[in-house]
Design a binder for this molecule. Structure first.
Ligand code: RIB
Length: 309
């Protein structure tokens, strides 16, 4: 039987307000949308949920607001079996929220108001040190303060814990602080804005990933949406093909990739195999509406995998 990974996510939790519309309104224009969905989201929380549904023991380190979303978010973690001991409510701040617009082809636009996510500081990482030192892998994103992200990367290095960073949403970054990472996992647009290189084709993505590796990041995975993903290491770059799915909402697909990848790797699968499976897990998440609620559990995923491999 595969090892059961222990994964900690130091990251964001949001409430997603998703509107489905034929198109995005122009400035000054009002149009009708077709459908609305309210759900639990946030890149960190989504990655935690994907990891949990794939079978890991998961610990969330996060901050939520002193509004009605705060306790509901904590309860959602508990219900899913994610340990929320280090998810705290912050007085006087709102929870993170994300108005999301989805067009008929499944493409999304997301606006994030960070709220309490901005209140998680390096000292909170120290407070959770005992739990963090007990895990096999720490997963990070950019919806919390960068000082906390950098601090957690060096914490992970110091204690020999695998560390995966999803630099989303993209922002100016101290590349030197990323050299201690095990995996750097941007999507095309994040890779583009962080490196300044256009990432419009698989070839361009290869060049961009190779540049990141030359710059000192050990392992880079660029997720390419419907084109699969690209794995780059000092040994070379490799395109990992996608699986075909009927996509209706791509929101959270990157999070599904990262959470599931952390689990597959933690179970001891070879890296490329873990990337292939994460490609499928992410693809399947786009066949349902919303983020966490569109993620497959392990039994459903394994059944699908056995028909696709
Ligand atoms: O990656 C999708 C997520 O981005 C959404 O759940 C939203 O909350 C934003 O964080």
């Amino acid at each position: 039987m595969a090892k059961r990974p222990r994964i900690a996510v130091v990251g964001s939790a949001n409430i997603d307000l998703t509107t489905f519309a034929d198109r995005f309104p122009k400035p000054g224009e009002t149009i009708f949308g077709q459908k609305f969905d309210l759900g639990f989201g946030g890149k960190g929380a989504n990655q935690a949920v994907a990891a949990r549904l794939c079978g890991a023991d998961v610990f969330m380190i996060a901050r939520v607001g002193s509004d009605l979303f705060g306790p509901a978010t904590i309860e959602n973690f508990r219900k899913l079996g994610i340990d929320p001991t280090y998810v705290k409510q912050v007085e006087g701040l709102s929870s993170g929220v994300a108005p999301i617009f989805v067009e008929p082809n499944g493409q999304n636009r997301i606006l994030v108001v960070k709220g309490a996510n901005d209140a998680i500081k390096p000292v909170d990482v120290d407070d959770a040190a005992e739990v963090l030192m007990s895990v096999d892998c720490i997963v990070l994103q950019f919806e919390i303060p960068l000082e906390t992200v950098y601090y957690t990367i060096s914490f992970a290095r110091k204690h020999g814990i695998r560390c995966i960073l999803n630099p989303a949403p993209a922002q100016p970054v101290d590349m030197a602080a990323l050299k201690d990472l095990d995996y750097f996992v941007p999507n095309e647009s994040e890779a583009e804005s962080i490196t300044g290189m256009a990432v419009k084709t698989i070839e361009a993505a290869k060049k961009c990933a190779a540049k990141l590796v030359e710059g000192g990041i050990r392992r880079v995975i660029i997720t390419l949406g419907a084109n699969g993903s690209l794995l780059a290491t000092r040994e070379g770059t490799e395109h990992v093909a996608p699986f075909s799915v009927e996509s209706i909402d791509s929101t959270g697909a990157g999070d599904a990739f990262i959470g599931s990848f952390a689990v597959f790797l933690g179970e001891g699968m070879p890296e490329k195999e873990a990337v292939r499976r994460a490609n499928l897990y992410a693809g399947l998440s786009t066949t349902g509406v919303g983020t966490q609620k569109s993620f497959y559990d392990r039994a459903r995923f394994d059944a699908e995998w056995s028909t696709r491999r």
